[in-house]
Design a protein around this ligand. Structure first.
Ligand code: NAP
Length: 261
């Protein structure tokens, strides 16, 4: 089945105002899907929507919603209801670095709301419609950090372990019904996420572009439940996961401590 038939006519992309979400919106519009773009910064969403309408001749709507808030999740669920949405890209998320005891409890709670609650509840709301269609897909942007506990990024890594496990479970439930589920695990990607965590992007090596990451996810959507983006990331994490876990964690702690603290 062609991509638009299988996953269209409408795809929802959360976190579409920057980074990997923009990459998803560009790739999906280029593949002929109409879009509903979601984030808090409405002006950026409107600019992207106008560009994609003109470049790709697709219909693009925007929804300004805070998905760390139950009301924002409900607003998006209502916006999806009754529309023939074949693909959910639950991509909005943020990271938090530093010693666990130094992190702000309110920010940690917000992180869990956005990185875990939002994808869980949005999947819950969309699955009945996907089952009724008998085709479609769900992508959750996770992270390579979900593959192993990560010192000095403990809460973020745990949130992404949650999304990896969620995607695996849903893949088992939904793939027999013709619905693809994929947890996308990017490694370092060239987005604002680093700036927001006080990391100088010029010090990072081997970053992928957001569009490259999004394209890989869409190209591997039928090969879920987990996809690590980029050959270099796959090789690095294969090596790390082959090590005794305690050695891997101490090596990670050493490297990250030197880079961060
Ligand atoms: N960059 C990396 O190296 C990397 C690596 C692995 C995984 N990831 C994951 O990739 C995903 C996208 O991140 P990115 O790197 O593209 O970062 P980004 O450029 O900072 O984009 C994050 C997106 O999430 C949206 N967002 C943040 N808080 C939100 C909220 N409360 N409600 C609704 N939307 C919200 C932001 O829009 P507004 O601020 O306008 O709301 C933005 O569109 C995240 O899940 C992240 O964990 C990134």
């Amino acid at each position: 089945m062609a991509f638009p038939e299988r996953y269209g006519p409408l795809a929802v992309v959360t976190g579409a105002s920057s980074g990997i979400g923009v990459g998803f919106a560009e790739e999906l519009a280029a593949r002929g899907l109409n879009l509903l773009l979601v984030a808090r910064r409405g002006e950026r969403l409107e600019q992207l929507a106008a560009r994609l309408r003109s470049e790709c001749q697709v219909a693009v709507d925007v929804l300004v919603a805070d998905l760390a808030d139950a009301a924002g999740i409900e607003a998006l669920a209502q916006a999806m209801a009754g529309r023939d949405c074949g693909l959910l890209v639950s991509n909005a998320g943020f990271g938090l670095k530093g010693p666990h005891e130094a992190n702000d409890p309110a920010v940690m709670a917000e992180l869990l709301q956005l990185n875990c609650q939002a994808p869980m509840q949005l999947c819950h709301r969309l699955i009945p419609a996907l089952r009724a269609r008998g085709r479609g897909g769900i992508i959750i942007t996770s992270s390579v950090e979900g593959l192993i506990g990560v010192p000095y990024s403990a809460v973020y890594a745990a949130s992404k372990a949650f999304t990896n496990s969620l995607a695996e479970g849903l893949w088992g439930e939904l793939s027999p019904a013709g619905i693809d589920v994929l947890a996308l695990c990017p490694g370092s990607t060239d987005t604002e996420a680093h700036d927001k965590q006080g990391i100088d992007r010029s010090t990072l090596e081997g970053m992928m572009s957001p569009r490259e990451v999004a394209a890989e996810a869409l190209d591997h959507l039928t090969q879920g439940p987990i996809h690590v983006a980029g050959e270099q990331n796959r090789a690095m994490f294969d090596g790390l996961l082959a090590m005794p876990r305690r050695d891997a964690l101490l090596a990670l702690a050493d490297n990250i401590r030197k880079a961060l603290l």
